[in-house]
Design a protein around this ligand. Structure first.
Ligand SMILES: Cc1cc2nc3c(=O)[nH]c(=O)nc-3n(C[C@H](O)[C@H](O)[C@H](O)COP(=O)(O)OP(=O)(O)OC[C@H]3O[C@@H](n4cnc5c(N)ncnc54)[C@H](O)[C@@H]3O)c2cc1C
Length: 295
């Protein structure tokens, strides 16, 4: 099947290793990079019956397998990365916009509430799916509505009140591709916003590893049975030098797992399973994965 308008945007057996923060993974049977909504609609007409679909944002919370992903990976192009101010306290952002760009845009427009986004290396699309957050704020706190397209090419707008968010998750169908979202902020002085961003960033740098190949927090906080953070429990449950191939646990933050060179999926998965089992053995706690395993 082919469509001349989609030429140059569909790739076959495309390597996904460089498209994610962990730098792990084989290839995908089909890789699609739409420039426009029309591209997406036409693509979905041709490929909607593919069994597996995966929408990739910045790839900062995903772990791909080493072999071929037998389906479609879709990554929105730059055209889905526009930001605009709708009125004095509402921002509309494409799903491909980086969280930190939204945070900077809000600061330039004297809108507070978006500061925490300067510390998350993902996109708006990934942030909504994961209900990402830090320092006491999450996507759910600023979201007004999401525009999305389903597998049948229908575009819909979903209001915040109709979405159930939980810790690093939401109940929106996995079939949806988020296109854009609107967010509400509160009027605040630019200087105060910038100061807050600076503080949050330095707190984050102090606590978590930077400039490394990682997928962020591997397991979800908080845990019902204890007030301890996951990183503390992990630290108490495994030997300090735990390593499988090039997959290691960060010294700085034990819930961040790092590919220190050429780790593959098998190494990382062994590390994940080992940590999960060790924590279960030592504390009886069943950790929940935060990282998305793409299978
Ligand atoms: C160094 C580092 C620090 C981090 N710190 C934090 C933190 O402080 N707080 C936090 O919550 N997370 C943190 N993370 C994790 C990660 O950055 C967030 O979960 C982020 O929101 C994921 O966005 P992404 O665009 O990278 O999504 P991806 O990792 O590409 O995908 C994540 C999920 O979102 C879905 N998705 C992505 N785009 C779309 C779309 N357009 N439509 C539908 N679904 C989509 C994917 O299918 C997948 O299920 C960190 C990660 C790293 C590497």
């Amino acid at each position: 099947m082919s469509n001349k308008n989609l030429g140059g945007k569909i790739y076959f057996n495309y390597s996904i290793k460089k498209l994610n923060w962990l730098n792990i993974g084989g290839s995908t049977k089909i890789y699609f990079k739409p420039d426009t909504l029309q591209d997406l609609i036409e693509f979905l007409k041709l490929y909607q019956n593919e069994k597996k679909f995966f929408i990739l944002g910045a790839g900062s919370n995903v772990l791909f397998k080493d072999d071929t992903f037998e389906g479609v990976v879709i990554k929105l192009s730059k055209n889905f990365s526009r930001i605009s101010l709708l009125n004095e306290n509402i921002i509309v952002a494409g799903s491909g916009v980086l969280d930190k760009s939204l945070s900077e845009f809000a600061a330039e427009n004297d809108l507070g509430g978006f500061e925490f986004l300067s510390c998350i290396p993902g996109t708006i699309g990934g942030g909504i799916r994961m209900n990402s957050g830090c320092f006491g704020s999450e996507f759910k706190d600023i979201l007004i509505s999401v525009q999305a397209i389903n597998r049948f090419g229908e575009v819909l707008t979903i209001q915040r009140k109709d979405i159930i968010f939980d810790y690093r998750s939401c109940n929106l169908s996995k079939d949806l591709i988020f296109l854009s979202a609107s967010f509400k902020g509160n009027k605040k002085k630019k200087e105060e916003i910038k100061e807050k961003i600076k503080n949050l960033k330095s707190k984050k740098e102090e606590a978590q590893p930077t400039r490394v190949k990682t997928g962020g927090s591997t397991f979800k906080n908080p845990i019902k049975q204890t007030d301890k953070k996951v990183w503390e429990i992990i630290k108490e449950s495994i030997p300090g030098n735990t390593q499988f191939g090039d997959a290691i646990v960060s010294n700085k933050h034990a819930n961040f797992f790092i590919n220190k060179g050429n780790a593959n999926y098998k190494d990382m998965k062994k590390l994940i399973d080992f940590v999960k089992e060790s924590v279960k053995k030592k504390t009886g706690i069943n950790l929940d994965l935060e990282i998305v395993l793409v299978e």
